[in-house]
Every structure is written in C-alpha cells, then in structure tokens.
Design a protein around this ligand. Structure first.
Ligand SMILES: Cc1cc2nc3c(=O)[nH]c(=O)nc-3n(C[C@H](O)[C@H](O)[C@H](O)COP(=O)(O)OP(=O)(O)OC[C@H]3O[C@@H](n4cnc5c(N)ncnc54)[C@H](O)[C@@H]3O)c2cc1C
Ligand SMILES: *[C@@H]1O[C@H](CO)[C@@H](O)[C@H](O)[C@H]1NC(C)=O
Ligand SMILES: *[C@@H]1O[C@H](CO)[C@@H](O)[C@H](O)[C@H]1NC(C)=O
Length: 608
C-alpha cells in the first residue's frame, strides 16, 4: 500500500523538504492558500517529536543508526592522513534546521556582497539580505539590536538554559584577559568588523523556553494549509522534461522510512513550477540523474545528457572543523554523561526541561565564542602558505575572520572507546577554506553511493589556519580554572622533550601570565599531522550548484532558474557561489526568504 495519497498534478512541487523548502512553501501558502503545493521529502516527519524539539538532543541524530541523517562517505585522501570522512547531512522534514546544533552565528556582510558583485547576482548583496535575516527572526536576546529581527518566525535566544555553563563562562572571561586585543562584547553577530576579535555570548536557534527554532515548525506545521501536501519518506529520483520544460518529477517511497512500501517509480506533474530543494548534497545528485551536468560524469553513470552544465557538483565546499579535547574539573557540568546515554542524567534533565525548558536538553553546551581575524602584526604567524591567500581574500575585507572558535562543554563524539570521564574541547571551524571537493552520481540508482570527495586540506593554507587556531585555542583553554590537562591521544605527537610536548603533561591551569608555548618547526609538523588525522566537517555542505554566470560554471541564475531549462528553480544552500563565515543555518534563512520572494513574484503571488 502507498504510504501517501499523491494526486497526479500540483501547481508547485518541491523536491526535498528541508530547511529552505519549508520556508518557501510556508511563505507561499500563507500568501496564497489556493496554491496547490506538494513537498516530497526523503526522510521522516519531525512534527511534535521530542528529538526535534529539544535542542540538547542534537548528538542523537548523529548516531550511526540515525534515521534522520544521510551519511555521505568522502573517499580516502592523502590530505587527511589516508582517511575517508563521513559527512552527515540531514534527512528529515525541516532538514538541517530540525537536527542541527542550534548554534547561532552569522556571516560577514561582505560574504553576501561577494555573491552580488563578484558573482554577478544583483539583489543578493548585504543590503538586500540583512533585512531578510531580520524578517526571519525574533531576536529574544534584544529585539532592538540594529541588524536583528523583532517579529520573525525563528526565535533566537540564549536557550532554555539561560545561565551559562561554567566552562563557557570561563572561556568568555579568560579569553579577553589573555588575548588582550580581543575584548568581551555584547554583540558578535552584526556582520561587521566590530563583530570580530571579541569574545561574546553565543545565542541559539532556540526560544528562551528551550525549544528548537526550525523552519518546519515555524513556517509550515503551524499553518493549517489544506492545500499543502507534505509527504515524508518520499525520494525524488529525477525531474521530468518535455523538451527542456520541466513538467514533473519521478519519485519512490523511501525504503527506510516506509519499509513495506513497494519500490516502483511514480510520477507527479507540476503545472506551474518545480522547486529543487534537496540541499547541497541532494540537489546536484537530482540534477545529474535528470541529465543536467557534465558530459563526462553523466556518461560514466549511464545517464543521457539533457543540458551540459559542468558546474553541477563540481565544487564541494564546507567548513573543516578541528575539535581538540582536554580534561576538565570533574566537578563542573558537561554534556558527556548525556552523550554517553547515562540514564540518570537523561532522567534528571528530562524532568528539568519538562518543568521550565532549562537544563542540558534546552541548550547545547556552546555558550561563548570568538571570531578570529589576525591583527596586522599576527599575519606572519600564519606562515608563508597563507600569505597570498591573506592578500587576495582577506586584506580588503575587514569583516572576514579566519575561523570561529568556541569552548565546547563536553566531547561531542562517539565516546564508546574513551574513558567515561568529563571533557571539554576547543572547536575551530575554518571559515573560508581554499580547498574544494566534488560530488557526483555514479549511476541513476537513487540509493547508489555518490562519487564524493570533500577535498579538505588539499591546499596548504587551510592547514596553516587550523594550526594557528590549535595554538591560540590551547593557550586560552590551559589558562581556564577548569583545565585539568590535555587529552594527549587526540593531540599532536610532539617530542616528549619539546616545550609543546612538556606542556601536554600539565594537569592543571597555568597562570594567565605564563609564557606561551613556543613551537619548533618539528612541533608544527606534528600539529599538521594531527590536523590531517582529526579534521572533520562542521556539517556545512554548500556550493555544489552555484548561482553565478553560466560561462563561469554557474548552475542557476540570479532568479534561481537552472540554466538551459524552464520551469525549474533551485532553492537551498547549494546555490552559494562562495563561502560564508557562519554556522550555515543563518545564511540558509537569507536564501529561503529571498527564494520565497523570487518564486512568489514568478507565480504572481503578492504579500510574501
Ligand atoms: C549535524 C548538523 C549540525 C549543524 N549545526 C548547525 C548549527 O549549529 N548552526 C547552524 O547555523 N547550522 C548548522 N548546520 C547547518 C544547517 O543546518 C544547514 O546548512 C542548513 O539546514 C541547510 O539547509 P538546506 O535547505 O540547504 O538543506 P537541508 O536542510 O539539508 O534540506 C535538504 C533536504 O532534502 C532532502 N533530500 C535530499 N535528497 C532528496 C531527494 N532525492 N528526494 C527528496 N528529498 C531529498 C534531505 O533529506 C533534506 O531533508 C548543521 C547541519 C547539520 C547536518
Ligand atoms: C484550497 O484551494 C482551493 C482552490 O484550489 C480553494 O477552493 C480552497 O479554499 C483552498 N483551501 C484552503 C483551506 O485554503
Ligand atoms: C572538586 O571540588 C572539591 C570541593 O568542592 C575539591 O576538593 C576537589 O579538589 C575538586 N576536584 C577537582 C578535580 O578539582
């Protein structure tokens, strides 16, 4: 039996029902309740499920048996010490917004201006997109702040655990005492140069009642839109064309969500528009299965080409993430017991959240942050591999940091092979990697693993930036009163008699004015090897279907039309023509609001 009743024809069909799709569909149906919309989402529904309401459950979505995540395996790479890397991507209604870590961290204004000026997309600069970020949000922290919103659907606050965790508090206090040029600030998210090089309290995509602010809940589930048909567990195989006009899609019911459903391919037609919104991992694969992509890729996969668009899946971008663990005073609270599934901790925190939305489950353990940009005199610390990149990409753009850094109250990873104690970590997420990967289909089989290379660290400048991040973070953390030493197995293998190696044996904090660790060339090499062995993803896949001129490898134009066809638009983070230094839900909100305006205009719908 079919799990959903799907009619033969709708006005608009969304292929993918993630973060962006829920926003766009929600805006459209609100403005025009007569519009017949179908949303086909591969993963399960999230409505009223506690695992999508409590922010603190984020780690459970990353468990190897998770049903809300699709795990993409990047091939083994010499740049990552011969490792492959699993890049999880959301697979559920609401997509990333329904499973992410709820970190609220916004980009630089120049990130959007680059989209507008350097990639020829009028209307996509900061003067257009910042108002759309405001439109999307209610900034419960302080709705009067100049670039924040006061009445949008997405609530932003310090979370249900509005008291900071001790680890994060110490990071916020000790950071500026040690980094004398980097003060504490009330605001690190104004998209301007003043938001850099300051330690700030990190807000969350959560209400102050400790409830996740995802787009499914706040744009779609909250509307009684009878003309929106939302089908979970439904995978889009490809877009169907009449000539070059998109007329419908083929889909199958997902094996995992609907194990009893038959596996035949069905067709549904869209009379007005198809919106591809399958995310940076999903969208290029749907396009290629539809015959849109590079000739060489399609030929190898045995797919007949319809449009030659070599930019599809050509450049995979993300934020390489270095998480480095330390021991922490066992008296302070961390997320580790929760991460390890300790029943007593879960019980206690469930009760606390039920009572008032507070506790570990109403927050995420990442309460303070800093966006690092080297000061004039620090640039040379990054070494020769970075010099050209600095001149080309950063020097003229004073609002661009190299990375954001936080202290994490716990070790957010599979701890089954680790001592069951408390940890804290530095997290350094590289904002603008130079390296790029790729993502392509290998066949027209919807379940086939793609040809994926995340490309991390193939450019030496990226290693240089993370090396600097490791050193800076370590100096701050080892001065925090809760510090109880480094978790050596996950640190670089320094020579035991090097200063860097000796400091690994510290078992408590050093004074604020202790000398900085001096690293030899050999120590630097050890750090680089560590980075290659431990780098991971920040789950910020983007840029696989870039919005830029076709002759420059673009896949969509400024109005989100896929080149070479009609009736097909693309709306998700895959369109980013260049990277954004933020946790990418933020940039996705701007894309979603912008896409809603563009699509409404095309359909002649007013009031979006
Ligand atoms: C684990 C994790 C942690 C993160 N943490 C943060 C954070 O703390 N803060 C932050 O700002 N950002 C975070 N992000 C990033 C952010 O959530 C994403 O960048 C954003 O949600 C992307 O939105 P999107 O609409 O482009 O794609 P998605 O939200 O991923 O939506 C794409 C949807 O399409 C579906 N799909 C794919 N292929 C098909 C198909 N063939 N047929 C039907 N459906 C399909 C997928 O199942 C998915 O639901 C995180 C992401 C993840 C995965
Ligand atoms: C759904 O759309 C039809 C027209 O297509 C309209 O008559 C009906 O009122 C709409 N339903 C709702 C609940 O808005
Ligand atoms: C924990 O706190 C107690 C007293 O409150 C103190 O004696 C002990 O040293 C602390 N433990 C650590 C590891 O700091």
């Amino acid at each position: 039996m079919a799990p959903h009743t799907i009619e033969s024809n709708y006005d608009v069909v969304f292929a993918g029902g993630g973060t962006t799709a829920c926003m766009v569909a929600g805006r459209l149906t609100k403005a025009d309740p007569n519009l017949k919309i179908l949303i086909l989402e591969a993963g399960p529904t999230t409505k009223d499920k506690i695992e999508h309401i409590q922010p603190g459950r984020y780690i459970t979505h990353l468990a190897p048996d998770s049903k809300t995540m699709q795990f993409y395996e990047s091939k083994a790479s010499e740049h990552m010490a011969g490792r492959g890397l699993v890049v999880p991507s959301a697979r559920c209604v609401g997509g990333g917004a329904s499973v992410n870590f709820v970190l609220y961290n916004r980009p630089a204004a120049s990130d959007f201006d680059t989209w507008e000026t350097e990639y020829s997309n009028p209307g996509w600069g900061s003067k257009d997109l910042i108002p759309l970020l405001q439109k999307a949000e209610t900034y419960e922290v302080d709705p009067t702040r100049k670039t924040h919103g006061s009445s949008g659907p997405i609530k932003v606050s310090f979370g249900g655990n509005s008291s900071m965790m001790e680890i994060c508090k110490q990071f916020l206090e000790v950071g500026p005492q040690f980094e004398k040029d980097r003060p504490q600030s009330e605001e690190g998210n104004n998209l301007d140069p003043e938001s850099l090089n300051c330690f700030f309290r990190m807000p969350k995509f959560s209400s102050s009642k400790g409830r996740r602010s995802d787009t499914a809940t706040h744009y779609l589930y909250n509307q009684d839109s009878k003309n929106v048909t939302l089908c979970d567990g439904t995978r889009v195989k490809r877009v169907l064309f009449e000539g070059t006009k998109a007329i419908g899609v083929e889909y199958v019911f997902d094996k995992q969500v609907h194990p009893d459903a038959e596996q035949s391919v069905h067709t549904v037609l869209a009379s007005r528009l198809i919106v591809l919104s399958a995310g940076a991992m999903g969208s290029p694969l749907v396009l290629e299965r539809s015959g849109i992509g590079a000739a060489s890729v399609l030929e190898k996969a045995g797919i007949k080409q319809l449009v030659d668009l070599p930019g599809v899946g050509k450049e995979y971008d993300d934020h390489p993430f270095l998480v480095t663990p330390y021991f922490v005073d066992p008296n302070v609270t961390t997320y580790d017991r929760l991460f390890r599934g300790d029943a007593e901790t879960w019980g206690k925190n469930m009760a606390q959240w039920d009572a008032d939305g507070s506790g570990l489950l109403g927050a995420n353990g990442v309460d303070a942050s800093v966006k690092f940009r080297p000061l004039e005199h620090e640039v040379e610390e990054l070494g020769p591999d970075f010099e050209e990149v600095w001149k080309k990409d950063y020097a003229q753009k004073p609002d661009k940091p190299l990375f954001w850094m936080s202290a994490l109250a716990g070790l957010p990873a599979d701890q089954s092979a680790l001592p069951p104690i408390s940890y804290f970590c530095s997290g350094v997420s590289l904002g603008y990697p130079v390296s790029r990967g790729h993502l392509h289909v290998t066949s027209d089989d919807i379940y086939a693993a793609p040809d994926f290379d995340c490309g991390f660290l193939s450019h030496p400048a990226d290693v240089a930036v993370l090396r600097w991040g490791y050193k800076r973070a370590r100096e701050i953390l080892r001065r925090m009163p809760v510090y109880r030493g480094a978790f050596a197995p996950a640190h670089p293998h320094f020579d035991a008699d090097s200063l860097a190696g000796i400091a690994l044996t510290e078992d408590g904090p050093v004074p604020l004015n202790a000398p900085k660790i001096v690293y030899s060339k050999k120590d630097d090499d050890a750090i680089d090897a560590n980075i290659r062995s431990f780098v991971g993803t920040t789950w910020h896949s983007l840029g696989t279907c870039p919005m830029k001129p076709r002759e420059r490898g673009g896949v969509v134009d400024t109005d989100l039309n896929v080149y070479g066809v009609t009736g097909l638009k693309l709306a998700d983070l895959s369109i980013a023509p260049s990277n954004v230094n933020c946790n990418t839900y933020s940039a996705t909100l701007a894309i979603g609001e912008k896409a809603a305006l563009i699509i409404a205009k095309e359909l002649g719908i007013e009031g979006v």
